[in-house]
Design a protein around this ligand. Structure first.
Ligand SMILES: [Fe+2]
Ligand SMILES: [Fe+2]
Length: 252
């Protein structure tokens, strides 16, 4: 079995909607996982305002996680010219990361100073190009912030990717096994065609939905080609399976 941790929407800031004790609890839970994850994916809204003080605090806090972290920027990260700081202080975007038999294509879906999301034709092409040529024993993941399809329990629908229809078509045609997203602050896992679409809740933002609370996802990959997505409550650390889904024909 291989394991990933999917976190999102930390909203780190000294001023905004950030709950520091929730992030500390998440760090404690993730660093204590047995087995440990191969890596962590953060699907955006790392910071709340995208300002320099937020990024300085975020870099310091995220360093407390033991596993490596892959990042994509959210709409909050690209406020106030924060897109420049994200790329300088956190991570490059639109790149393919490789961890053994797992590849992750990160894509920036945020539009500076807007809550809307869009990949656009360039990134749509990137999905086609980068997901090509891998065998069926390679788990192909695409990660971005905005949601590709509506998420239940998230209130009024808004900010879905503007080009969601075309992106969905390309993802299904390109043999992507799993898409990881955030933004709605609600966890979800649903299979569309052969592809599993996964949203993470919010780790440490005050803006939770109903009684869903703060959480992150553990994604366990089994040798039969199925993955189990579990939501872990923060600060309780209690894991609850959202479902187990067959997504690969080949064995990991
Ligand atoms: Fe968010
Ligand atoms: Fe967001």
């Amino acid at each position: 079995m291989e394991r990933l941790v999917h976190i999102s929407d930390t909203h780190i800031s000294r001023f905004g909607m950030f709950l520091p004790d929730r992030l500390d609890a998440c760090i404690r839970i993730v660093n204590g996982l047995d087995p440990p994850p191969q890596f962590i994916i953060h699907t955006g809204d790392l910071t709340d305002y995208g300002i320099l003080m937020d990024y300085e605090m975020a870099v310091e806090k995220m360093d407390e996680f033991v596993p490596d972290i892959i990042y994509v920027p959210g709409n909050h990260d690209e406020r106030n010219y924060g897109d420049s700081l994200f790329r300088e202080m956190v991570s490059q975007v639109d790149v393919l990361n490789s961890f053994g038999k797992i590849v992750v294509l990160t894509l920036g879906s945020a539009i500076p100073d807007s809550d809307n999301g869009r990949l656009g034709r360039g990134r749509q092409q990137l999905i086609k190009q980068k997901m090509k040529g891998f065998g069926e024993d390679i788990l192909k993941i695409v990660a971005f912030h905005h949601h590709l399809i509506p998420v239940p329990f998230a209130g009024r629908e808004k900010d879905i990717l503007e080009d969601a229809g075309d992106v969905l078509r390309i993802i299904l045609e390109s043999g992507v096994n799993m898409v990881l997203m955030g933004h709605r602050h609600v966890r979800n896992a649903i299979k569309v065609g052969e592809t599993l679409l996964v949203n993470a809740g919010t780790v440490s933002c005050v803006r939770t939905r109903g009684r869903l609370g703060n959480s992150f996802n553990i994604i366990d990959l089994y040798s039969d080609g199925s993955v189990e997505v579990s939501e872990v409550g923060i600060p309780s650390g209690e894991a609850r399976s959202i479902g187990r889904f067959p997504i690969m024909r080949g064995l990991l």
